[in-house]
Design a protein around this ligand. Structure first.
Ligand code: ADP
Ligand code: MG
Length: 625
């Protein structure tokens, strides 16, 4: 096909990212290259949705009476496929902005994914779709004839062969909307035959809510899936709808389809995707639940319809109570959306809770993929904190490695005499199990939740309580154990059962205070140590290992200051007992050991800032053998 030339044809370069994208798309051997048809039909449908909304909100629209529909025509002789809609069309600026730059989510995500995994472009095309540009998987050239809905805009023709540039020229006598003519590559010329494209459209475009005609035959029945009875819908139809509506290629792992009459009339169909969209590189904070009113799309990406932590959901909310010309400024409308948001939030939380109890395995699989959102909600959404806390899952000192437990189960297992919920934060289960903080709690049979992510500290300190039990960091100064020091310690290498406990540690404590000086706030006899000689406790929130690490990373003064801790000593431990003797018989070695013990404690606490100094001292101690 010859690209039409007009006296004022302009040639423009694609943005660099688009060139890169086109290059990959054109070379791709992506097996499902038929998805281009779905992408173009979905763009036509989007353009029609926008037009219908403009009409219903009393805008003056060019060709007011043109029927809202999609016409697909094939020409096997010319090897062309044409997809035409009477939607909003594009102005010259819109052609440049929307077809010449990376503006929309799908192709952006594709490129971001590509940076992460350059080896598999085909796989990525399958995962994200590349929108309009997917036409170049099958096209020698693509020509877009268009005229905007705005009454005083001229028509345009945009054309490109998918290499570095495209042309734009004014065009006369264009109808409103867009007509996309694809000149097919020889190896893809099947798409110019009626049977082939009919099969593709029947599979991929059943949910388009405008009539589609193929060479004059109507091929879809227009219906809104979310308004139908659950019993009439198959899993495959749900999945197909999810893909169509969410521009997705996966199969949703969970769905919630419900209707309500009071306090608002609602028809809602929500999905949880298979994979966490932010893990695969979709931009943070993109919402995927569209707002409709009686089947008319009000907003494809409404802000404030759902709390931010539910941004992983996809689907549709249709409420008759929402006005077509919903305005974010109007107080009344804002109140309505707020009400809708709280209804939806409560319903989704109930759904997740029910899933957790009825299908625990499905829930756990969901949680492993989407935990970040539940944590974010639990830490930030005060109004739903209780329900969100119930949905959290952690490993604990009572679970097998890799097995998760809930706060509810934890509370059910609490021992008589235990009044608090304990957690520890660390890089791994092994690190937490070998640290000194667990042993005292363990000796009492108290369970400790294991948290492996820095965000957990924020989550736990924001939840504060669960079932009226305080949630406490096991390495924090506030931990109060029921008089552990009176109990016999377990048999182990370090502890010395023959030796009476705390005969008097007063002398050693005074000596340690002097030796350690500014490095400690106090030195005390521990009631929680069993196997370890010493333990460091952060008394200040700012010296909690994670917060400190963050502060240091941000170069904040609070993180740079030398750490000061409360040091607890285990009077039953041989090292402590021998140190007590050595401080008079071998004062020099004892002094080194005192510093070393403190460093050991800091190391276990994740608070040691200067390992080099410690190694030097350790070597010095080793020479005393
Ligand atoms: P997306 O649909 O995800 O936004 P696409 O690459 O499919 O991305 O399309 C890019 C943009 O081009 C659309 O957002 C829209 O603004 C514009 N566009 C594409 N097809 C049409 C059409 N048939 N009518 C009007 N605008 C269109
Ligand atoms: Mg699109």
């Amino acid at each position: 096909m010859t690209i039409p030339t007009h006296p004022q044809t302009e040639r423009l370069d694609f943005q660099a990212e688009i060139k890169q994208l086109l290059d990959i798309v054109a070379r791709s051997l992506y097996a499902d290259n038929e998805v281009f048809a779905r992408e173009l039909v979905s763009n036509a449908s989007d353009a029609l949705e926008k037009l219908r909304h403009l009409q219903l909100t009393e805008h003056e629209v060019y060709e007011q009476d043109a029927p809202l529909q999609i016409n697909v025509t094939t020409d096997p002789t010319a090897k062309t496929l044409t997809i035409e809609d009477s939607g909003v069309g594009l102005t010259r600026d819109e052609l440049i902005a929307n077809l010449g730059t990376i503006a929309h989510s799908g192709s952006k995500a594709f490129l971001e994914g590509l940076h992460a995994d350059a080896a598999k472009p085909d796989h990525l095309i399958g995962q994200f779709g590349v929108g309009f540009y997917s036409a170049f998987m099958v096209a020698k050239s693509v020509t877009v004839y268009t005229r905007s809905w705005r009454p005083n805009e001229p028509g345009y023709v945009w054309a490109s062969d998918g290499t570095g540039s495209y042309t734009i020229a004014e065009a006369d006598n264009e109808r409103r909307g867009a007509r996309i003519v694809i000149e097919l590559r020889d190896d893809c010329s099947d798409f110019a035959s009626d049977w082939k494209i009919r099969d593709v459209l029947e599979r991929h475009s059943v949910f388009v809510s405008f009539p589609i005609y193929l060479n004059g035959d109507r091929i879809n029945t227009v219906e809104a899936l979310w308004l139908r009875q659950k019993s009439e819908i198959t899993d495959e139809q749900y999945a197909e709808f999810y893909r169509f509506q969410g521009h997705a290629y996966d199969t949703p792992r969970l769905r919630l389809h419900f209707a309500a009459d009071a306090p608002l009339s609602l028809h809602t169909l929500l999905f949880v995707p298979e994979t966490n969209p932010e893990k695969v590189g979709l931009p943070h904070g993109e919402t995927g639940v569209a707002l409709y009113s009686r089947r008319v799309l009000i907003d494809a990406r409404p802000k404030d319809l759902l709390p931010n932590w539910l941004r992983f959901l996809r689907g549709v909310v249709d409420s008759e109570d929402i006005p077509l010309n919903l305005s974010r400024e109007a107080t009344q409308d804002r109140a309505l959306v707020a009400k809708l948001k709280s209804l939806l939030t409560v319903r989704v939380l109930r759904f997740l809770d029910e899933t957790a109890s009825r299908q625990p395995q499905e829930y756990e699989a969901f949680y492993r993929e989407f935990a970040q959102y539940i944590k974010e909600g639990a830490a930030t959404d005060f109004s739903q904190r209780e329900s969100l806390s119930k949905l959290l899952r952690y490993e604990s000192s009572s679970t097998a490695p890799g097995t998760l437990t809930s706060f509810n189960d934890y509370v059910a297992r609490m021992k008589p005499g235990q009044s608090e919920i304990y957690y520890l934060i660390g890089p791994s289960r092994r690190a937490l199990e070998s640290g000194p903080y667990l042993e005292g709690l363990r000796a009492h049979g108290f369970e400790v939740l294991f948290c492996f992510e820095p965000v957990d500290e924020y989550v736990m300190s924001n939840i504060i309580n669960f079932a009226e039990k305080r949630i406490i960091a096991a390495d924090h100064a506030n931990v109060q154990l029921p008089s552990a020091s009176t109990e016999a310690p377990a048999e182990n290498e370090g502890a010395n059962p023959d030796q009476p406990a705390t005969e008097s540690m007063d002398g050693l404590i005074a000596w340690l205070r002097e030796m350690l000086g500014e490095r400690v706030t106090e030195v005390v006899v521990s009631d929680r140590l069993v196997d370890s000689p010493v333990l460091a406790i952060s008394t200040d929130r700012l010296t909690s290992p994670n917060v400190r690490r963050m502060m240091r990373a941000m170069n904040r003064a609070e993180g740079q200051a030398a750490v000061r801790v409360k040091l607890e000593i285990n009077p039953r431990h041989r090292v402590i007992q021998r140190l007590d003797g050595a401080r008079t018989t071998e004062p020099e070695t004892a002094a080194l050991i005192a510093q070393q013990l403190l460093d050991n404690a800091l190391l276990s606490a994740g608070l040691l800032d200067d390992p080099a100094a410690m190694v030097a001292r350790l070597n010095q101690i080793l020479t005393h053998i």
